[in-house]
Design a protein around this ligand. Structure first.
Ligand code: AP5
Ligand code: MG
Length: 191
């Protein structure tokens, strides 16, 4: 099964992906994590990406598609994946669509986690204390939210038109959100 997780920064994509991979036995592909590994490795790509990420903006579509293609070519992605953080704009949605069409492996389910902006701010402030992600400062989070609403939110319609989008409420405990996501996936596999 090929699943795309959509939602604002702090909506719980990474948290829910970690639970879903246990349930479904699929790899979790987070483009944010791929970038943070590149930053850690000190590679040229990582250095370039860090400056962009620290402003809360989007790394270029070319770089992202290259990273994604490389990751999807690994053996564990052949039976499916949970993609978190990609696509981030309509150009990326189209690029992913073309890439997967070539492989005859289209997206089966796009799951949108809906959440209040206030809640996101509280969650990310907490994570900033726990993890110290350099883009979790108040100013950068505000920009990440803006980028999300300007560029990423339109991607939802892209998947509505493909007939694969489901929305889930991101409020409540981690377990409650997980049960909602599982319910949607169950309905999809039964239909
Ligand atoms: P990325 O890493 O994708 O960050 P993001 O989308 O901003 O999302 P977050 O990771 O902040 O939130 P999340 O939805 O995963 O929530 P989480 O589960 O952690 O991207 C980072 C940067 O990389 C981008 O800004 C961009 O620069 C670049 N980038 C990445 N992909 C790109 C692309 N495709 N193109 C271009 N650039 C790209 O939860 C948040 C917190 O809340 C956690 O502490 C968690 O424990 C807590 N929490 C979660 N659920 C609950 C709950 N139900 N109740 C209470 N707390 C909860
Ligand atoms: Mg994340």
């Amino acid at each position: 099964m090929r699943i795309v997780l959509l939602g604002a920064p702090g909506s719980g994509k990474g948290t829910q992906a970690a639970l879903l991979i246990e349930e479904l036995g699929l790899p979790h592909i987070s483009t944010g994590e791929l970038l943070r590994s590149a930053v850690k490795s000190g590679s040229e790509l990582g250095m370039k990406a860090k400056a962009v990420m620290d402003r809360g903006e989007l790394v270029s579509d070319d770089i992202m598609l290259g990273l994604l293609e490389e990751r999807l070519s690994l053996a564990d992605a052949k039976t499916g994946f949970i993609l978190d953080g990609y696509p981030r704009n309509l150009a990326q949605a189209r690029a992913l669509d073309e890439l997967l069409a070539r492989l005859d492996q289209p997206v089966d389910e796009a799951l949108q986690i809906d959440i209040d902006v206030d809640m996101v701010v509280t969650r990310i402030a907490k994570r900033a204390l726990e993890e110290g992600r350099s883009d979790d400062t108040e100013e950068v989070v505000r920009n990440r939210m803006k980028v999300y609403f300007d560029q990423t939110a339109p991607v939802v319609d892209f998947y509505v038109q493909k007939g694969v989008l489901s929305r889930v409420l991101g409020q409540g405990t981690i377990e409650e959100v997980f049960q909602r996501l599982k319910g949607v996936l169950q309905m999809r596999t039964e239909s």
